[in-house]
Ligand binder design. Structure first.
Ligand SMILES: [Zn+2]
Length: 287
């Protein structure tokens, strides 16, 4: 397959995924979560190309600066340069400005206090909230993220290994509209294997950050990634099969979550399942 045919095959698959899961409408205002890594830039590139056929839809890239010295600056520059090339606005928010601490400062504190949570556990919650804040700031009604088939299958298995089955129901290619201030999320790359997403970035000459995060790695996710890659090598199609199995299980699991009642977080005012939102609960642990 030539470079152009390969790129078009990926774009066709993404388009089919969007249609199958009814991810986007012709007049959506979409905030694309762009980290500067290969998957998010592949997503931005594909959506920017598609958007030209939908004059009433708009795209804006949102980037979260977690504040990781010697790592994040390069990715922020790459994200900004790609947006300039594609003519897309790049809206950024930072942990420092939203929470008062950079991730480096948070990690210093969790290590000092011997907090059992990992940097990834903090970063995941805080980044999710930051993305939502950024999307609200640009009046987006959808957030598109670059999660690939690999990410999705790993997360589902991780939830099983952690014994957190209800979480599987809450994840998935499209999140529900559960609260007016929680922007709906879609994952247009959820059926694209990570290797194809990376290859797309290569054939389209998209520059991306390739150095791993210095805090990288939930140990269990790394093990599951290695396990799935080994299975895929020996039994081609494993990742798709697991993904399809989870998709079939999801409706049956939906009842496990019950109906979430949201209230305004006592600290920040954003929607929370209890008195405090998850982000404020974590920040309390380091103050
Ligand atoms: Zn809060």
């Amino acid at each position: 397959m030539c470079r152009r045919c390969f790129a078009e095959s990926v774009e066709d698959k993404v388009r089919a995924t969007i249609v199958r899961h009814r991810m986007l409408e012709y007049n959506d205002h979409v905030a694309v979560a762009v980290s500067g890594g290969k998957d998010s830039l592949t997503l931005l590139e594909v959506l920017a190309k598609m958007e030209r056929n939908y004059p009433r839809a708009t795209l804006v890239a949102v980037t979260v600066d977690e504040g990781i010295r010697g790592y994040r600056d390069e990715a922020m520059e790459i994200a900004a340069a790609t947006c300039t090339r594609l003519g897309i606005q790049n809206h950024t928010v930072s942990f420092k400005q939203l929470y008062g601490y950079t991730l480096d400062e948070i990690v210093e504190r969790i290590r000092e206090r011997k907090n059992p949570l990992t940097p990834c556990a903090f970063c995941g919650v805080l980044r999710r909230k930051a993305l939502n804040v950024a999307a609200l700031e640009v009046n987006a009604n959808k957030i598109a993220t670059g999660h690939t088939l690999d990410d999705e299958v790993q997360t589902s298995l991780l939830n099983i290994f952690h014994g957190d089955v209800p979480k599987i129901a809450a994840e998935g290619p499209v999140t529900g509209k559960v609260h007016p201030r929680l922007v709906q999320k879609v994952k247009p790359l959820c059926e694209i294997p990570e290797r194809e997403s990376a290859l797309y970035a290569y054939v389209k000459d998209v520059a991306f950050q390739s150095t791993p995060c210095p805090y990288a790695g939930e140990a269990m996710r790394n093990d599951i990634r290695a396990l799935l890659n080994r299975m895929e090598e020996r039994h081609a199609g494993t990742k798709f099969t697991v993904s399809k199995s989870i998709a079939r299980l999801r409706p049956a699991l939906a009842g496990l979550n019950g109906k979430s009642e949201f209230q305004a977080c006592r600290e920040c005012g954003e929607p929370a399942a209890g008195e405090l939102c998850m982000a404020c609960q974590l920040l309390k642990q380091i103050q």
